[in-house]
Design a protein around this ligand. Sequence first.
Ligand SMILES: *Cc1c(COP(=O)(O)O)cnc(C)c1O
Length: 402
Amino acid sequence: MDLNNSNDAVARRMTAMVDRISGMKKNDEYYYNMPVSELRGGSKVIVHGREMGMYASYSYLGLVGHPRINKAAQDAVARYGTGTHGVRTLAGTLVLHGELEDTISEFKQAEAAITYTSGYVTNLTVVSTLMSRGDYVFSDKLNHASIVDGCLMSGAKFRRFKHNDMDSLERMLESTPTDAAKLVVADAVFSMDGDIIDLPKMVALCQKYNAWLMMDEAHSLGVLGKTGRGIEEHFDMWGSVDIKMGTLSKTIPSVGGYVAGKKDLITYLRHASRAYIFSAALPPAQAAAAKEAFKVILDEPWRVEKLNANTQQFIGGLKARGFDTMLTETAIVPVLCGADETAYAVTRHAQKNNLFVLPVVSPAVPVGLARLRATVLASHEEKDIEYAMDVIAESGKEIGII
Ligand SMILES: *Cc1c(COP(=O)(O)O)cnc(C)c1O
């Protein structure tokens, strides 16, 4: 088919996207897919030959490139090679996978754990395996796309409550048949806003209305809690979350996703979730790297402390300079700009001054709430954070948002 001459719906959608992207490039608004050529510890990177301070990474504890983790991956390749023999259920399970799952369940203080090859696929398969037609799933309006997709795929009745609003959730639970199966699911730390879910109230509601509770810890693992164990440690509510989901691609410098929970839940997922049964096992290097990373977090507690100190410095410093950082309490720090154009202008200035930071604009966030979405890392130095804030403030002043 000649796409250039075709005018069907698919071709029209493609053309619209291609035009939008080239328009952004022309206006110097396109900062996506930037190729990094060197990591320099992760808090500084080389892009197009220039050293930039990294403020868009999810390697919150600065573990990318950690010698112990690299060594574990290299040893695993030497021992097992680079791939597996297919899916876990058949020939793909290595002793290493079991060790990784034991490490995760211990870290999360759960009975058992299961791993998948990405966080995205973990949410997709877990929600759609547990829930089906006739069931009800309640999802925060700002939940990650992978949760939304899992809910849609499940065929369950899909209810979205107002962001972190437990009254809104309760009204929905109240009006649901008492004998229906119910799942409440939310990000522990929200990926665009950096705020923390109200776990105590959510747990109380789940108990009152007999609902399962699932937490996505993509941005809370290694971030929340004194030892980085996440949302249950943060609120000192161990055992309150039924389905503890997380990814191995953010704080943990690997790839993959996991669920920790009760033994029966994990046995069920191991034999019923399609992404486990029909998709290849995690490669040895990634499994070994992930396993070692959980140990490093516990062996090097200064990393969580440093991340907390840097987070306070960054949020406090931006506020002192007059910025609105919304409700964040974590390493994800939105810097509110307002109009999309303003967010692009602040980004352009930051990028010109060697800050790797990205804007979030509509439709990803509501019109008028465009922002920089900056992340702070344990590996940032105090003076680097000051420099970054000064650069952001320069353009904030020039544009008149502070
Ligand atoms: C990144 C992310 C995921 C997906 O994890 P991947 O391992 O990158 O596929 C899921 N949920 C949330 C909240 C995330 O931020």
